[in-house]
Design a protein around this ligand. Structure first.
Ligand code: FES
Length: 71
C-alpha cells in the first residue's frame, strides 16, 4: 500500500454490514467508481445490492424484498 492508502486507512472510519436477505451496508464516506468509470461520493450509509435484481446496480433499490432474496 502506498503512503496515500495508508493515510486513508488511518482517517476513514468505515464499517461493513451484511444484512440477512438484503444488501451490503457500508457506513462511512466512500468514493465509488462505477462501471463506466464515473465516480460518486457517498456519505453515511450506502447499500450495495447482493441479490442481483437491483435496477440501480451496484446500489440496492429495494427489489430484493419483491424477489424474496435469501442470502
Ligand atoms: S439487495 Fe436490494 S435490490 Fe438487491
Amino acid at each position: 500500500m502506498n503512503d496515500e492508502g495508508d493515510k486513508n486507512a488511518e482517517t476513514l472510519d468505515t464499517k461493513v454490514e451484511v444484512r440477512e436477505n438484503g444488501p451490503l451496508l457500508v457506513y462511512g464516506t466512500l468514493q465509488v467508481t462505477l462501471k463506466d468509470g464515473s465516480q460518486e461520493v457517498k456519505n453515511k450509509t450506502t447499500a450495495f445490492c447482493r441479490c442481483g435484481a437491483s435496477s440501480n446496480k451496484p446500489f440496492c433499490d429495494g427489489t430484493h424484498v419483491k424477489q424474496n432474496f435469501v442470502g
